[in-house]
Design a protein around this ligand. Sequence first.
Ligand code: 5GP
Ligand code: MN
Length: 324
Amino acid sequence: MSIEEMLKDAADYIRAHDDFLILTHVNPDGDALGSSLAAAHIVGQLGKTFTLVSDEPIPEKFRFLPLADRFRQPGDVQREFSHVLTFDCADRKRLGESGALATGNATILNVDHHATNDHFGTYNVVDTKAAATCEVVYRLARVLPVEIGKEMATCLYTGLLTDTGGFRYSNTTPETHRLAAELLSRGVEPYPIADRVFETITWPRLLLTREVLSTIERDDSGRIAWLCVPLEFLHRTGASEEDVEGLVNYARNIDGVEVGILFREVPGGKVKVSFRSKYVVDVGQIALAFGGGGHARASGCTVEWTLEESKRQVISKVKEVLVP
Ligand code: 5GP
Ligand code: MN
């Protein structure tokens, strides 16, 4: 099925129903929040009701997004839904606890851009060429059609900006810039958004960065570098999980490094692994091998080993791929 056909089916589905549950992935990033909030604007404009749910509270830096205050956490929602819209989510597991708010036979529309998406929805609009899920939601808005005002445009622009690392990553295409221009012409103010999502560093985040940088290591070839975030770093610095986001880039950005990895200890004896690569290694496939997923240049997984064991297993797998 072509993307156009998928979009048409998705539009028909939204038009035909009301009372949507809108979900995104755990630890939502700018694209997760931008795309799900833009969808809330779409559904709202069509005069339909919606419930936005995220496993975690919305990170402070994204609370400026219009309608962000409408997000609830699963424990605050006392009912189930039979019509569900999911955004930026490659598989059902990524919905976390929120996924349980869907009834067993719920109809799900899965809107995403991850290459590892397993098409878990009843309807799936998965465009792996899109730089961000926000790009797909923009097209959905045009197909329905609904008006794209400044507020919806702000949500869409934020996702586009964050998933392309400020229009720097290899997923940036002429289409990305055309869409950014289109959104700016609808009143989006780029500086306050870039200031909030990229420039502003909280004091705990700075303290955490200092600690995390002291863990930097690289392999003998200098092509793999990694950082660690033991749980106690968060306790000691007062930083929160959202403060960890982006630290993996310090490993990836080192001259000569192809793969940067960040190992973050999470409660319950697990380790969340983030992968970033520059040019050749498909880290989406590496993450998939450990039960996660993502994109060729940015991916992640959660493993049930100690920090030390996670490092051993994951780095040896990356070495295998890098030096065949
Ligand atoms: P991050 O390292 O920033 O958490 O995630 C980088 C990319 O990989 C994002 O696109 C994210 O959606 C994806 N990703 C991270 N962790 C997982 C995971 O456990 N499963 C899947 N399918 N994707 C993940
Ligand atoms: Mn995304």
